[in-house]
Design a protein around this ligand. Structure first.
Ligand SMILES: C[S@@+](CC[C@H](N)C(=O)[O-])C[C@H]1O[C@@H](n2cnc3c(N)ncnc32)[C@H](O)[C@@H]1O
Length: 229
């Protein structure tokens, strides 16, 4: 795990070599390896994301998702976790708005860009380079967990577990039926899309405050705000 805070390296160990999604996941949900499911090794995926970020900046823009902006007033300031944060647009917005933020991504390049963006925005947050399947999610710890354009059923229970009682979980995902992308000649699987109603079903033990399926920037998305009872 590589850990950064406001641009300073706090600690580092090598990234896990061969990654295997089943290793850190909930075996009751999915025991198949990532490779078996997608035909691509998780390490290749990570490298593909690195290449993607190497060649282009602001892949998803600098602005946070509007669904987050819209609901922020409902959420008590405190600790926020942003898994798969990319270049940090949502993490930076939360830091600007008074949250103590932890952002994680397994692309070191994305994390470096997130830290540079945070510096420009004059905010700081804790940035961690790690595969989420190896991250230790503290239980009942965060006031808010924001998962944007990332979805993995294996990790859903971990994200839910990490939210404090009375805290919130936000998901914002593409809706299914969108094809894999070819980026820099490497296939990046679009496996983060959700089916219609899937987020609602996955969070049925939370209080669903808002659920929407709508078109955002020409893409069909599903977004949910759910509170842990
Ligand atoms: C579609 S991008 C979304 C980025 C960001 N959430 C946003 O909306 O701007 C997906 C991100 O997930 C990261 N990612 C994919 N699998 C991951 C994993 N197993 N652990 C950590 N990060 C991962 C990729 O590096 C990439 O930055």
């Amino acid at each position: 795990m590589l850990l950064f805070f406001a641009g300073f390296v706090q600690g580092s160990t090598a990234l896990a070599g061969k990654l295997n999604r089943s290793a850190g996941g909930d075996s009751t949900v999915n025991t198949a390896t990532y490779e078996a499911v997608t035909g691509v090794s998780a390490e290749d995926d990570k490298n593909a994301w690195d290449n993607f970020y190497k060649n282009k900046s602001d892949l998803y823009g600098k602005e946070p998702i509007s669904f987050l902006k819209e609901h922020l007033h409902l959420i008590t300031r405190g600790r926020a976790l942003v898994p798969a944060m990319g270049e940090g647009r949502n993490a930076i917005y939360l830091a600007k708005n008074g949250f103590q933020v932890e952002g994680i991504d397994y692309s070191e390049i994305a994390v470096q860009k997130a830290l540079a963006n945070a510096k420009s925005a004059q905010v700081s947050f804790k940035a961690i380079v790690q595969d989420l399947h190896y991250f230790h999610f503290q239980e009942n710890y965060y006031d808010l967990v924001v998962v944007c354009l990332y979805y993995d059923k294996v990790l859903l229970s971990q994200f839910k577990r990490a939210v404090k009682r009375g805290g919130y979980l936000i998901f914002y995902n593409k809706l299914d039926q969108q094809d894999s992308k070819i980026l820099n000649k490497v296939r990046v699987p679009d496996d983060f899309a959700v089916k219609s109603g899937e987020l609602k079903e996955g969070l049925k033990d939370f209080q669903i405050k808002e659920y929407r399926e709508y078109k955002d920037f020409d893409t069909r998305v599903a977004a949910i705000l759910a509170r842990k009872p």
